[in-house]
Ligand binder design. Structure first.
Ligand SMILES: C[S@@+](CC[C@H](N)C(=O)[O-])C[C@H]1O[C@@H](n2cnc3c(N)ncnc32)[C@H](O)[C@@H]1O
Length: 289
């Protein structure tokens, strides 16, 4: 659908650093809850929301041997890929913002109130209906179960005071109505607090940096933030207008996020120009009563 599962799987190294951070939070929680000595985790059920091609399910399985890992993703191609590559885990096609009452009956009866840990890496920024999502994780978690996930803010695109940038700013203002950072983050937090009914929520901020080949990022991965901005189109636009908007967004995204450029090594024909990109991530940890 929106991502190419194989391409994402091979390029997903940038997702690993934030995923490791979430896994460390789970390790602390498990250690505290079940004791230090634990080496197998047969009784644990871990649900990976927006699991993509199964890359994070594999990381979870490596850290918690024996745990039952259940991955959910809206994209059937991702789920096909994950099932083929990781047949030892369970994967389901599922929209995670769909109201809980509309989830398949057999899934609800199997997992309602039974899940120990819910994990979501690089997936929560796609959720519009945060209330429904928060309600779902409450339904899934068993008492004292843990939710941890990171929320990516794709970024406020600031223009500078020159005529090119002013034109961009007018185009963006006319075309898009995307949320400011605090609006975006507080909406998510408030849903956890109210619909999720969590009484203990921890939030941290982090700016992880990922390195990409410039060409690979600008021709492929940049489609991900572009798609995020396009969710907030103010009006329908023709292909030409979308093309112009995309070009402007690409330019501003790169300007805002690139924190370092590593030139190709002239003596090595296989070497390519690389860029370090900074992301803005809010990390949540919440425990159900
Ligand atoms: C950037 S990928 C992250 C994959 C994996 N979690 C990782 O860390 O590498 C985001 C995933 O979220 C999925 N996704 C987006 N919206 C979703 C929704 N409403 N319900 C379920 N999955 C969704 C996409 O299909 C995609 O596979």
């Amino acid at each position: 659908m929106d991502y190419d599962a194989e391409k994402y799987d091979s390029g997903a190294a940038d997702a690993q650093q934030p995923a490791r951070k979430l896994i460390r939070l789970i390790q602390d929680y498990v250690r505290e809850k079940y004791g230090r000595e634990q080496t197998t985790f047969d009784s644990l059920i871990i649900v990976d929301l927006g699991c993509g091609p199964g890359n994070t399910a594999e990381m979870l399985a490596n850290q918690f041997p024996g745990a039952k890992i259940v991955g959910l993703d809206i994209d059937p191609e991702m789920i096909d890929f994950a099932r083929t590559k990781h047949p030892e885990h369970k994967f389901f096609v599922q929209n995670i913002e769909q109201p809980w009452s509309e989830w398949p009956e057999d899934f609800r009866s199997t997992y309602e109130n039974k899940v120990d840990i819910i994990f979501a890496n690089y997936a929560l920024h796609w959720i519009d209906n945060t209330n429904s999502f928060a309600d779902t994780i409450r339904q899934l978690l068993r008492p004292t179960g843990m939710f941890t996930g990171n929320l990516l803010y794709c970024g406020w695109l600031q223009s500078e005071d020159n005529s090119d940038d002013k034109r961009d700013e007018i185009l963006l203002n006319e075309s898009l109505d995307y949320p400011r950072e605090m609006e975006f983050v507080s909406k998510f937090f408030w849903s956890l607090r109210t619909n999720g009914n969590f009484h203990w929520i921890n939030m941290e901020y982090q700016e992880p940096v990922s390195r990409f080949g410039r060409q690979f990022y600008t021709e492929s991965f940049i489609e991900i933030p572009l798609k995020w901005y396009r969710k907030f189109l103010k009006r329908s636009m023709n292909d030409q207008e979308i093309g112009r908007l995309n070009e402007t967004l690409k330019r501003l995204i790169l300007k805002q996020r690139i924190c370092k450029v590593i030139p190709a090594n002239k003596d090595d024909p296989s070497s390519v120009e690389q860029i370090d990109l900074r992301q803005q991530l809010y990390i949540f940890k919440a425990i159900k009563n």
